[in-house]
Design a protein around this ligand. Structure first.
Ligand code: SF4
Length: 315
């Protein structure tokens, strides 16, 4: 069953000298119950803005977000508060997302206080349960965030995000600030909790090698738009869009010290995007039409699943 349906979401910001920064443009996708959708792209491609727009942590400029069939854009504060119980976020920086003046027990239980859920004793029991399922020692409750390592702090942030028994979590670069060895522990924890709690997750990362371990499907973003989306196995084994190829080539193989990335240049300025296909200035397969006409995201290969936006596949 579809839990979240995103239709034509866009987000613009005012830029310098009256320019408009198009951070997210006309993005549509669905997330099913219990599904993990990975969203990948370089820094500046709009994926974090997309994640925050979906939860209305920043207001989208256009489009609709249907949660269980109801458009949450435009809900008033009171109605949005009840929806927020189901939609949570884990941020990249476990140092910045936890108030250093509060003990961990308070930080994890705070959402229960805000939503006035359970008695004091029930809240404490819930906090103890959450501490246990994220793999922290029970005495963590009476300690402060600064007493923990980065990985442990991210476990605290995960416990806090789970406090209200959400149905969908946006994990926004949730492991990017951690050491590589700790990253895999947190990825494994998220994967374990996703199965145990049947969570839907939108897992945002710039790193395709991280995304592939947790995602059922992968959406590749470039300059505010989805350029390819499909089942993880297909995208990893048979990427269609040249940008997906480039991201894949940047993953070092076992025994290789250097990445084989063929991606040159930077993501263009979103306040002055290239004409036609936004990737044309960096694409090794660019054709004349690419500079003039923006390709639409379309299903080209019904047998393998997914959609791609690229003129290479025009009929
Ligand atoms: Fe490259 Fe053209 Fe495809 Fe864009 S549309 S990715 S420039 S081949």
């Amino acid at each position: 069953m579809t839990l979240l349906e995103v239709n034509n979401i866009s987000k613009t910001f005012p830029g310098r000298n009256g320019a408009i920064v198009r951070a997210v443009s006309d993005v549509s996708f669905c997330v099913e119950d219990g599904e993990v959708l990975g969203v990948v792209g370089e820094s500046g491609c709009g994926k974090s803005t997309l994640g925050r727009s979906l939860l209305r942590l920043i207001e989208p400029s256009a489009g609709e977000v249907l949660y269980e069939g109801r458009d949450i854009i435009g809900l008033n504060r009171k109605d949005m508060k009840s929806v927020r119980r189901d939609l949570q976020i884990i941020f990249q920086d476990p140092f910045g997302s936890l108030n250093p003046r509060h003990k961990v027990g308070h930080l994890i239980g705070e959402p229960l206080d805000v939503h006035d859920i359970g008695s004091r004793t029930q809240r404490l029991e819930k906090v103890k349960e959450l501490v246990e399922i994220v793999g922290l020692p029970q005495n963590a409750i009476d300690r402060y965030p600064h007493e923990f390592s980065g990985g442990q702090r991210q476990r605290i942030a995960i416990a806090r995000a789970l406090a209200l028994d959400p149905k969908l979590i946006v994990a926004d670069e949730a492991v990017s600030a951690l050491d590589v060895s700790i990253q895999s522990q947190i990825i494994n924890l998220i994967a374990k909790l996703q199965k145990r709690l049947s969570l839907s997750i939108i897992f945002i990362s710039h790193d395709l090698s991280v995304i592939r371990h947790v995602s059922d499907r992968i959406a590749v973003m470039y300059l505010g738009r989805i350029v390819e989306i499909g089942p993880t196995e297909r995208v990893m084994a048979n990427p269609r869009h040249p940008y997906t190829h480039s991201l894949l080539s940047a993953i070092p193989r076992v025994g290789e010290k250097k990445s084989r990335s063929n991606l040159s240049g930077e993501v263009p300025d979103p306040s002055d995007p290239p004409s036609g296909c936004a990737f044309h200035s960096r694409c090794p397969k660019v054709m004349d039409i690419c500079k003039q006409v923006r390709p639409k995201l379309m299903t080209h290969f019904t047998d393998v699943g997914g959609e791609v936006a690229c003129h290479l596949f025009d009929k």
